[in-house]
Design a protein around this ligand. Structure first.
Ligand code: TXA
Ligand code: MG
Length: 334
């Protein structure tokens, strides 16, 4: 199958593919998604196959309106508040399913569904015009960094899906915040650009799931148990910027196999001959560029290690550190 690149005024072609039960990658403000008709079991199965995704890891259902959610789930009062306040935007909301409205393959057998209303005009038009929700996992192969450009999607998905709608690079760069609203006590399952304090300004109490999931248990966000964002190179987190020089100097790796992922300010003080990727100036640009940096450095021949800059673990930094920690498998420079 030849994967077609569509521009954002070719929505009609994308709708046609969805109607035929085929797969189309769509842009969002976080990362690119992999779309298929959420009500078509065969189409949803193809999404798991295209990504090599384990079938117990449920898919997000992407909608163009709150009304669309109501066909599939009971929207409680607090969830409605969040939707009204943050949608369209990078917040995924988990709600109890209305039995029998979606195939269990979408929810990985769970009695809840995750809903997302992305802040991207093209994708909202696509779903509204299709008239039904589309599933929307990130459009990467399972285990690789999530795609923030159409060309990242193409690297992973060429020949596996029908089309990619190219809308340039995504604004935020890491996936949406996930909040579980299916119980009395709202819990953040995945940190994203909408942080705890922003959520607390709209609803009274919010907890955070800090739990590290073991292989043999069913986690709250099942995706948490799988290895994520793993480049082939070894990723090591540098907690304090003054450690970069000694990390390079005392490394057992040859200089040609070392790379650094850090801000402009840090890179300016490092030796010329080290391979570098700039995260820009601050946590916003670093979050925007994290996944593309990991992909880019990993694609360079001979690179065996990526020294990556840590940021303080709050606000957007919490989302950045959560993804970096997974890419590094918890490895920090000591
Ligand atoms: O920003 C995003 O959310 C992107 C864009 C494309 O919309 N999508 C995304 O999907 O990150 P995915 O599949 O890569 O990550 C969704 C996560 C997975 O870890 C999955 O286990 C979890 O959401 N999830 C989905 N449905 C769930 C449910 N009913 N209960 C708990 N966790 C759920
Ligand atoms: Mg993903």
């Amino acid at each position: 199958m030849e994967t077609q690149l569509l521009s954002n005024y070719e929505i009609d072609k994308a709708v046609k593919f969805l109607k035929d039960g085929l797969l189309v990658s769509f842009p969002t403000e976080t990362v690119y998604g992999l779309g298929a008709d959420a009500t078509n079991t065969e189409a949803v199965k193809k999404v798991f196959q295209a990504k090599n995704r384990p079938t117990d890891n449920p898919l997000i259902v992407t909608v163009s309106s709150i009304e669309m959610v109501e066909d599939f789930a009971i929207v409680n009062e607090l969830a409605r508040k969040l939707m009204t306040y943050f949608w369209p935007g990078p917040l995924t909301i988990i709600l109890p399913i209305k039995q029998g409205t979606l195939d269990m393959i979408v929810t990985g057998g769970l009695k809840t569904v995750a809903f997302r209303n992305p802040d991207n005009e093209t994708t909202l038009k696509l779903i509204a015009s299709f008239g039904k929700p589309i599933v929307g996992p990130s459009a990467n192969l399972s285990g690789t960094p999530s795609p923030t450009t159409a060309s990242h999607v193409y690297q992973d998905m060429n020949g596996r899906i029908s089309a990619i709608i190219d809308d340039g690079s995504t604004k935020i760069g890491v996936e949406s915040t996930i909040i579980d609203m299916s119980n009395d006590y709202p819990v953040i399952l995945r940190p994203g650009a909408i942080d705890e304090n922003m959520l607390k300004s709209v609803i009274p109490k919010v907890g955070i799931d800090q739990h590290n999931v073991a292989d043999n248990e069913t986690p709250k966000a099942p995706g948490m148990k799988y290895k994520h964002y793993s480049p082939k190179a070894k990723v090591i987190i540098i907690d304090s910027t003054h450690q970069f020089l000694s990390a390079i100097e005392y490394s057992t790796y040859n200089e040609n196999s070392i790379s650094v992922l850090a801000t402009e300010q840090v890179l300016a003080n490092l030796p010329m001959d080290i391979t570098k990727y700039s995260l820009g100036r601050d946590i916003t640009s670093a979050t925007h560029k994290l996944f593309s940096g990991l992909r880019e450095l990993d694609s360079i021949n001979g690179i065996k290690v990526i020294f990556a800059q840590a940021f303080s673990n709050d606000g957007l930094g919490k989302a950045y550190m959560n993804r970096l920690d997974k890419a590094a498998d918890g490895n920090h420079y000591k």
